[in-house]
Ligand binder design. Structure first.
Ligand code: ADE
Length: 241
């Protein structure tokens, strides 16, 4: 059985979108994963097919109605899959979370529009709230595409074994080292000589050092996590004197 993604959205035409191309598109055609995008409006029951209403307490924008979203969830055949609500208020998406999603049978992704979704249905359905970054998109759809792309490349048979192994190994927790190809000199800029030396141990050492340097400079938050993990899970910071 393939890994299955169900999208609940007011814009089902946005899917598969970019995921119909390249690596993910090939995997979709090969049946490694399956996609269905459900139109939330199809679950509205009034004659105008209303999906939203004004926010209680006032303010700008519209809120997606809990009854309609709940009916869409009921129509999604969730089974053992995780129900994820894409929202900038959610927990930040991480590679560890992506691995967790790919280990299961698939995901159901709720894409909000307007100001968001009535919080009661989020709670009642036990949705996992996930954000793809500290910025506000006009809807959850591009966030769903991001989450799916990250999951699909990890599914067995999508990437070569070499790349997947690398993802799990020493590079984990660090930003990746920089890449170079020929020519050896381009506009007066040289490829780092060690990469042309043919000395594999030295190349591995250089790449690891570059990964550490870049992570320390650009993402001190990740670097501190990496150092803590290297010290071991039971290590405690030294007590104050
Ligand atoms: N919807 C709007 N902005 C979002 C974000 N940053 N992450 C996930 N879903 C969103």
């Amino acid at each position: 059985m393939s890994w299955r993604a169900t999208i609940l959205t007011l814009f089902p035409e946005m899917f598969p979108g970019p995921l119909g191309q390249s690596l993910a598109g090939r995997a979709l055609k090969d049946g490694i994963w399956a996609l269905d995008a459900l139109q939330i409006r199809d679950f509205a029951t009034d004659k105008h097919r209303t999906v939203d209403d004004t926010p209680c307490g006032g303010g700008a924008g519209m809120v997606m109605k809990p009854d309609v979203v709940d009916a869409a969830c009921a129509g999604a055949d969730i089974g053992a899959r995780e129900l994820v609500y894409l929202t900038p208020r959610g927990a930040p998406l991480t590679q560890a979370m992506v691995r967790e999603f790919t280990a299961g049978p698939g995901v159901v992704l709720l894409c909000g529009r307007y100001e968001g979704v009535d919080q009661r249905v989020v709670e009642a359905r036990g949705m996992r709230e996930v954000s793809v970054g500290d910025f506000v998109l006009s809807g959850g759809e591009p966030a769903a595409l991001v989450l799916l792309d990250a999951c699909i490349r990890l599914l067995p048979g999508v990437m070569g074994a070499a790349e997947s192994a690398d993802e799990e190994s020493f590079s984990a927790g660090l930003l990746e080292y920089p890449h170079y190809t020929r020519p050896a000199d381009w506009q007066g800029r040289a490829v780092p000589p060690v990469l042309l030396s043919g000395h594999h141990a030295e190349i591995t050492k250089w790449r690891h050092a570059e990964a550490e340097r870049l992570t320390r400079e650009r993402r001190p938050d990740l670097f501190n996590q990496y150092l803590a993990a290297a010290r071991g899970p039971l290590a405690r910071p030294p007590a104050a004197a």
